[in-house]
Design a protein around this ligand. Structure first.
Ligand code: PLP
Length: 394
């Protein structure tokens, strides 16, 4: 039977797995094995030489992990995917694969604190310099490109300021110079934003977040052209070794099945909380991509299906007021992940982004009053009731 391309909601459940090949097992089996036996020495030789396909050792490939990689590649509309032990293992494998000493990176002005830490380390060890840019116009981006620029790295929405970057515009400039664009798509997931369709080259995720969705796994994913994925799998993944375990890959496969259903609810809840926050007298600013008054609303309309489940906002007052708000909460948890069923709240300036120097943080818009809220799947009325009673105590 000729199969049509599956819709997203179908692909999250079926893509990359055929139960017929696995004794009819509906759930993807967990191949909890470190190595694979060869029937003969010659077969082993051929596998190592790449003359015959087949598994060798689980750092180089595993059947459970393979299903996940094929599924996520299809969801991001890419040729191939690769799974990692964490989002940072994915980010570092990609950035190290694309650079050598003395190269230059252009990066969105705002990004996850540990990615900033990695860029700092690459500067100190290998003299790989990074320029941060808001990427507002093609001219701004072109003016930063140097002969040694080998990567444009973009986070959008940016963690934690929720600023957006126009991915199509960035991809068009990058094409003029043949520079690959890498997008951290963690905040949107492929359900809300598909950077490869907009002309970008590589997309990566902290799969710890929406893709896993249940706060029980640390993992990373990368999708791109097959030639690039093969190169990473044979270099920075194989030789640095940040591979995912088969069980964690299975947890992600399970999480993915409900990604669209969960995200619809995260978005609905976030919209309601944004409406309430904007009306509250103790709140100075609310940042949410799908808010019509938001500074980047027009970019959101171009490239995101919906606004997602993360809101950031500034309370009136200083750091102590922000911390007081967190301390007054009931069931909402103070925690630094996002995309889980539970609503999570954190203070970026002293937590996820504390390693970024104060001045740089200010330039990025990470003020001491800024709070990041990952809106969970609970009833929105309960989430708001908890926030409201905490706000009343400021
Ligand atoms: N990218 C973004 C946008 C993140 O928020 C995070 C973690 O919070 C990472 C990457 C790193 O992912 P992990 O914690 O899975 O290593």
């Amino acid at each position: 039977m000729i199969q049509k391309q599956k819709r997203f909601e179908t692909a999250v459940i079926h893509e990359g797995y055929d139960s017929k090949e696995m004794l009819g097992s509906l759930s993807t089996p967990i191949f909890q094995t470190s190595t694979y036996s060869f029937e003969t020495a010659e077969l082993g030789e051929r596998r190592f030489a790449g003359e015959e396909s087949g598994y060798i050792y689980s750092r180089l490939g595993n059947p459970t992990v393979r299903v996940l990689e094929e599924r996520v590649a299809s969801l991001e509309k890419g040729e191939a995917g690769l799974a990692f032990a964490s989002g940072m293992a994915a980010v570092s494998a990609v950035l190290i694969a694309l650079t050598k000493a003395n190269d230059h990176i252009i990066c969105s002005s705002g990004l996850y604190g540990c990615t900033f830490g990695l860029l700092t380390m690459m500067r100190e060890k290998y003299n790989i310099m990074t320029d941060f840019s808001e990427m507002k116009s093609k001219e701004e981006l072109r003016s930063l490109i140097r002969p040694e620029t080998t990567v444009i790295y973009v986070e959008t929405p940016i963690n934690p300021t929720m600023r957006l970057i126009d991915l199509k515009q960035v991809a068009e400039v990058a094409k003029e110079y043949g520079i690959p664009v890498v997008v951290d798509n963690t905040f949107s997931s492929p359900y809300l934003q598909q950077p490869l369709e907009l002309g970008c080259d590589i997309v990566l995720h902290s799969a710890t977040k929406y893709i896993g969705g249940h706060g029980d796994v640390i993992a990373g994913l990368v999708v791109g052209k097959k030639s690039f994925i093969d190169m990473v799998s044979q270099t920075t993944q194989k030789d640095i070794g940040g591979v995912i375990s088969p069980f964690d890959a299975w947890l992600l496969l399970r999480g993915l099945k409900t990604l669209p259903v969960r995200l619809d609810r995260h978005c609905d809840n976030a919209q309601k909380i944004v409406e309430q926050l904007k009306m509250h007298r103790k709140i100075a600013n609310v940042y949410y991509p799908e808010d019509e008054e938001n500074r980047d609303f027009s970019i959101m309309k171009k490239q995101m299906k919906r606004g997602g489940g993360i809101i950031s906002f500034e309370v009136k007052g200083d750091k102590s007021q922000a911390q007081l708000l967190l301390n007054q909460l009931g069931f909402i948890k103070i925690a630094v992940s996002l995309g889980d069923a539970e609503t999570l709240i954190e203070h970026p300036a002293t937590m996820t982004h504390a390693s970024i120097p104060y001045e740089v943080r200010q330039q990025m818009g990470i003020t001491d009053q800024l709070i990041r809220l990952s809106v969970g799947l609970e009833a929105w009325e309960d989430i708001w009731a908890d926030l409201e009673q905490a706000l009343e105590q400021l």
